[in-house]
Design a protein around this ligand. Structure first.
Ligand code: UD1
Length: 434
């Protein structure tokens, strides 16, 4: 089984270029099937989640072509609308974003059948708000034995939808179902994440009429038809944040390129607060850290609050800082599973309900670790890079879902990390890096 082997202790220095936003890409790739014409989408991150979703889109009959590693052409005109059309294969159940095909196919055909979504085990992750939205538009939604969701409608008709919780997934899904519906839809208490705005901009470039994305009230006026488009996805806020915390945890100096600094404000402000230096340029940020950082308090919140997807990476950094920090996780209830792994490296973290109380230690010691989910996996890699000695991180399949060439980018910054598949390869790495 492939794993990362890491020799820690080096300050990471140099430049890294951030890929397109995974979570925006997943919405946009699904939304592309809403038109029969060709959509060309640039800056698609080449990660397992987007590859799996594209395979699912191809499996239902769309034409999907990689023009180059990051540019994809999708033509939804060859999808056959019949009751056998079901988005399901052994992989699609593992990713969260499969549910976006529910909104997109329902919007296009008034009929969708999709296997229940999987994704990282970070909490219950219900989809009741998605269903509430589809029903408000006039659809009936049934969950079949075997875990399939079937949504259908005679006609989708615009309506007022108030979301009981701020949810990224439901906001995007309802937007996709509503763009071709008759009349006006209003989504209140909508999520405001940059990727919501990106999906809305993409849909508008196809001819949709969506206003207010990025605020908590989104207004959609249904149109008759959508057309093909060319569109470039925004940079990944979380990949950028991961390299920002990596710079701080390893006391390095990294120029992080192809970012939108505004999207990183919550992370930048916390890193500045603990004593790191973040310099913002037009489309890059430099992050530098020297010596031990200070403690802080963080609560994860929907955008523009501190992102839950950055919580494990930040905890890993704070566990090396002076004093006691507290992180409160308010979005997902099962997002502290990396704490036991960090404890084996010497971290002192106590989880009490949805808070982690972190007492900073001087340093980590290398250990054999297992990634519990995508972002926690990235956090453990950061810990390994900051630690004294060798670490291994197993179950890298989670990390590959969301980070493009993670180990290659780290090596380019001077980090000693490699993917190994056997004990022999592991020993070879140890001999090579000493
Ligand atoms: C998306 C991201 C994920 C990120 C999360 C929060 C994708 C593929 N995944 O996940 O990386 O961590 O946003 O920024 O884009 N909820 C309900 N009912 C629903 C839907 C959600 O109660 O119908 C709750 C969830 O349990 C959670 C909160 O709302 O507590 C936010 O979830 P949501 O924003 O929907 O997250 P995802 O779309 O699953």
């Amino acid at each position: 089984m492939e794993k990362y082997v890491i020799k820690g202790g080096k300050a990471l220095e140099g430049e890294v270029t951030i890929a397109g936003a995974k979570n925006a890409a997943l919405g946009i790739l699904a939304a592309a099937v809403l038109t029969d014409e060709e959509c060309i989408i640039e800056n698609v991150p080449y990660v397992d989640d987007t590859k799996v979703l594209l395979r699912a889109i191809e499996n239902i009959g769309a034409k999907v072509k990689y023009i180059d590693t990051h540019t994809v052409s999708i033509c939804g005109g060859t999808i056959h609308n019949d009751e056998d059309l079901c988005v399901d294969d052994e992989y699609i159940r593992k990713i969260r974003a499969s549910y976006y095909l529910l909104g997109a196919l329902l919007g296009k055909f008034n009929y969708a059948q999709v296997a229940l979504p999987g994704g990282c085990d970070i909490g219950l992750r219900p989809i009741d708000q998605h269903i509430k939205g589809f029903k408000a538009l006039g659809a009936t939604v049934d969950i079949e034995n075997g875990g399939k969701i079937i949504a259908k409608a005679e006609n989708l008709i615009g309506n007022h939808v108030y979301l009981d919780v701020v949810t990224v997934g439901a906001t995007i899904n309802i937007m996709m179902a509503a763009v071709l519906a008759e009349g006006k839809t209003t989504i209140e208490n909508a999520a405001k994440e940059p990727h919501i705005v990106d999906v809305a901009n993409f849909l508008n470039s196809m001819g949709a009429n969506i206003k207010g994305a990025g605020t908590d009230v989104i207004r959609i006026r249904g149109v008759q038809k959508l057309k093909g488009t060319e569109y470039s996805i925004i940079p990944d806020q979380i990949e950028a944040g991961t390299f920002m915390t990596m710079a701080v945890a390893t006391k390095g100096n990294i120029l992080i390129k192809n970012v939108i600094p505004k999207h990183l404000e919550a992370i930048t402000s916390k890193l500045n607060e603990i004593g790191a230096r973040v310099i913002e340029y037009d489309d890059s940020v430099r992050v530098m850290a020297d010596g031990r950082m200070k403690s802080t308090q963080i609560k994860t919140l929907p955008y523009p609050g501190f992102p839950t997807d950055m919580q494990p990476q930040m905890a890993t950094t704070l566990a090396l800082s002076q004093g006691t920090s507290v992180i409160t996780e308010s979005i997902f209830e099962n997002r502290f599973r990396y704490v036991n792994e960090l404890a084996r490296m010497g971290a002192k973290i106590k989880v009490e309900g949805n808070s982690a109380v972190i007492t900073g230690v001087d340093g980590y010691k290398g250990a054999n670790l297992v990634a519990p989910d995508l972002r926690a996996g990235a956090a453990l890699v950061i810990a390994g890079l900051a630690a004294e000695g060798f670490s291994t991180v197993e179950d890298i399949k989670y990390i590959l879902r969301g980070y493009e060439d993670f180990d290659g980018k780290i090596r380019a910054l001077g980090g000693d990390i490699e993917v190994v598949d056997s004990d022999k390869e592991l020993q070879k790495f140890k001999l090579r890096v000493g």
